[in-house]
Design a protein around this ligand. Structure first.
Ligand code: ATP
Ligand code: MG
Length: 773
């Protein structure tokens, strides 16, 4: 047997050696699913399958790179290079470029990122004269995005009375028109948004049977990691491509499905056996990642979910330390605790910064952690915040580059036409936009023909516009012969961007120049790397595609030793020896936004399962007594998830009763008290708290850190208010709203309130903490 196969246990070996036909591996966290997928690819290649015939879809491009390099170490680099491996978006963007003309797109189409899409939607809302407080651009964007991911095209939308009614009910009867305009404008700009990369692929495969056949024949073996988080659109693509040879291998864990809010459909994994004939199902049970304590604690949590497949996860690893739970006064103190603990662990166990991860539910929580790490001089890296490519100065350079490749790209043009300032103002832009809409041409084409169209633009401005378009055309000539780096360097110098920042002279300005330098360095590396590849040459088009689909995670080269900070969503598939899960509080985790239904709560619980199972050696859970939310310091309650862990796996640094989840008054969330949802207060537990003695240092800190006045939670507003309909009120979670009616008396008094953010809610006044505005 080949040597590498000895690195698998028997249960893992079976799916790796599986011959032809569909197979699914369903198994809990850390049991080697990703390893099975990787080794199966190596095995297929060792049996003579051409790497060009293998398509492997991963959750991040970084994961794909890691798998590729493992495979390269087994079968050799030159072969591994030819594998099709990456995220759905990056693989299908590539395919769409080959086939773009069939869909009426240029092959150099731009990929709009979320910000571009939202800007465009916001502009359309404005142009249509709609109320931007009703048509909130972010909400409109996510609505359109979810339509696209369910393959509801504009046409399908207008044929679907139910959807239109739903939008009308949500006071947005003209959503369909916005959708229509948005799609038209993207098309005109030669741009696809993220969702289009999947939607258009589906369109391509359904409308052009010969194209479908071509890719079916090419991808004879298809493998998908994290299958539980595929959405409908992705599901259909995989289904279509694997239809001919049926060599489809998917791995996943229903207990780790955490992207339902973005349209992921857990049924894809649950129905796999129904969708294909003769599916072989494999299960893995042994976890190699974590200690017994962590594995068992995680099992005890996920057990609480009703909707799940039965699975066993066990480990032969050592028992390990119990999960440490600590309560802190504020998020500032929480940060200090985490930073000190990392520091102590590093000293005590001789660890690197990279052995630690801090995971949180929301990005906003990173600030307190950053402050504390900085004070202790512990290097860290935040993943998924504002990524490098989203910084203003970088987006500016990229916008020039995009415009060079695709002059129709309207969002890019609007960004740079007057930056650095060239005296082309908003009025001129409005005129150009109108003309572009009128002639059904791009703004750039209008500028090119500015002399021929009467737009009531004065001579001086016309000259400025012509200079601008000439400059872009000049760059285009360079791009035809030179690589991406050379073009970008010319752009940075010749457009006046660098001069503008130099003039600025502030530390921020200097930091921006450094960022542009970093971008250029990165491009130079990229070009070198591409030149090694058979089918690439380091052109601007290649670079832009790489950037458009890069996630923050992908920039990680792994050679810097830093503590990793990220949301739990991003941590999927990763592992770290020490993991701190912070902000374990009701309303934060589980999120206050996700407790309206059992299925939402179960998704939060799966998220907690994902978080816990990232830890190899030691997990920490922390929560605070009060935390700033919505600009106010509020009382925080420990998360119900702490209590859901069997306490024999916990080591409490807090008085025993303290972490217990006290039944939240459900009326506060659900509007009315639903008795079935009210949890019983458990009788006090018999066992004394485990004897985890806080260190002297911790005790000192706790004594020192008495709350100051500023730290004290504000008094909650008295619930005994005299309220009447018509009044404007504010609720901690739902924001501002207007009382529509009051009913009931005394303890049962309820108000029906229309909240700006939360919609219509009926609240028991006894519990709802309302503030009259
Ligand atoms: P997740 O559900 O979190 O994605 P997974 O099921 O994909 O986890 P892997 O990441 O493949 O699990 O494996 C978890 C860890 O266990 C990795 O560090 C991997 O290298 C290791 N591992 C897996 N199988 C074995 C094995 N047979 N022997 C030794 N180590 C193993
Ligand atoms: Mg995995």
């Amino acid at each position: 047997m080949e040597k590498y196969l000895a690195e698998l246990n028997e249960a893992q070996l079976a799916p790796v050696l599986h011959k032809e036909g569909p197979l699914i591996v369903i198994a809990g966290a850390g049991s080697g699913k990703t390893r099975v997928l990787t080794y199966r690819i190596a095995y297929l290649m060792s049996k003579g399958v051409d790497p060009f015939n293998i398509l492997s879809l991963t959750f991040t491009n970084k994961a794909a790179r890691e798998m590729k390099s493992r495979i390269a170490s087994i079968v050799g680099n030159s072969e591994a290079k030819n594998l099709w491996m990456g995220t759905f978006h990056s693989i299908f963007a590539k395919i769409l470029r080959f086939e773009a003309d069939k869909l009426g797109y240029p092959s150099n189409f731009t990929i709009y990122d979320t910000q571009d899409s939202q800007r465009l939607i916001s502009a359309i809302i404005k142009e249509m004269g709609l109320d931007k407080d009703v048509y909130k651009y972010k909400q409109v964007y996510s609505r359109i995005s979810s339509y696209k991911n369910s393959l509801i095209t504009v046409k399908a939308y207008f044929q679907n009375a139910e959807l239109q009614e739903a939008d009308a009910m949500a006071k947005r009867p003209r959503l369909g028109e916005i959708y229509q305009n948005y799609v038209d404008r993207c098309f005109k700009a030669g741009a696809m948004d993220f969702d289009d990369l999947l939607l258009k692929t589906n369109e391509l495969l359904t409308r052009f049977p010969e194209v479908l056949q071509k890719y079916q024949n090419r991808f004879r073996y298809i493998l998908v990691d994290e299958y539980q988080d595929t959405n409908h659109s992705q599901y259909l693509i995989v289904k279509a491509l694997s239809d001919k040879f049926q060599n489809i291998c998917v791995v996943g864990d229903d207990a780790q499905s955490i992207y339902a809010f973005r349209g992921a459909n857990i049924n894809n994994i649950l129905n796999f056996q129904r969708d294909y004939d003769g599916v072989e199902m494999y299960r893995l049970e042994q976890n190699y990642r974590s200690t017994k304590n962590i594995v068992n604690a995680a099992n005890s949590v996920i057990d609480k979910n009703q909707t799940k497949l039965d699975k066993v996860v066990w480990t032969q690893n050592e028992d390990g330390g119990k999960i440490i739970v600590n309560r802190l006064l504020t998020d500032g103190e929480e940060g200090r605790f985490v930073a000190s603990s990392i520091f102590e662990n590093k000293m005590e166990h001789q660890l690197q910064n990279g052995d630690f991860a801090i995971l949180y539910r929301t990005n906003a929580q990173s600030r307190a952690m950053e402050d504390a790490l900085r004070k202790k001089d512990i290097p860290y890296r935040i993943y998924g915040g504002l990524s490098f490519y989203q910084r203003k100065e970088i987006k500016d350079v990229l916008a020039y580059l995009r415009l060079i490749v695709n002059p129709k790209d309207e969002e890019a043009l609007k960004r740079v036409i007057n930056y650095p300032a060239r005296g082309i103002g908003a009025t001129t832009m409005d005129k150009l936009s109108l003309a572009a809409n009128h002639y059904k041409r791009s703004i750039f084409e209008v500028i090119e023909n500015i002399e021929k169209i009467d737009l009531k633009i004065n001579k001086g401005t016309k000259n400025k516009l012509t200079n601008f378009s000439n400059m872009i055309k000049h760059f285009q000539l360079i791009a035809e012969n030179k690589d991406a780096f050379t073009v970008a360097e010319t752009v940075a110098k010749k457009t006046g961007l660098l001069q503008e920042l130099k003039k600025d002279g502030t530390p921020e300005g200097i930091a921006r120049i450094e960022n542009i330098e970093e971008l250029l360095n990165g491009m130079s590396d990229f070009v070198e790397g591409q030149k090694e590849l058979a089918d690439a040459d380091g052109s601007l088009t290649e670079f832009l595609e790489d950037v458009a689909l890069a996630t923050d995670m992908d920039k990680d080269t792994g050679d810097e030793d830093r503590v990793a900070l990220m949301t739990i969503h991003l941590a999927k598939g990763l592992e770290f020896p020490y993991v701190y899960i912070v902000g374990m509080e009701e309303d934060l985790f589980p999120s206050g936004m996700s407790m309206n239904t059992r299925s939402e709560l179960e998704e939060e619980r799966r998220l907690f399962y994902v978080a816990l199972t990232r830890a190899e050696k030691q997990a920490y859970l922390t929560y605070t007594q009060s935390r700033y939310r919505w600009g106010k310091l509020i009382d925080a309650e420990p998360s119900r998830f702490i209590e859901e862990i069997d306490e024999k796996f916990l080591d409490l640094m807090v008085p025993q009763d303290d972490y217990k989840y006290k039944p939240l008054i459900d009326s506060d969330i659900f509007g009315e008290v639903d008795k079935s949802k009210l949890r019983q207060t458990k009788p006090k537990r018999g066992t004394p708290p485990p004897a985890h003695k806080p260190t002297e240092e911790q005790l000192r800190k706790l004594r020192r850190l008495r709350p100051t006045d500023a730290d004290k939670p504000s008094k909650s507003d008295s619930p005994a208010l005299q309220l009447e309909s018509g009044q404007e009120v504010e609720h901690m979670r739902f924001g501002k709203g207007k009382i529509l009616s009051i009913e009931g008396v005394g303890q049962d008094k309820k108000a029906e309130i229309d909240f700006e953010n939360g919609g219509l809610k009926k609240l028991l006044l006894r519990f709802a903490k309302l503030k009259v505005l």
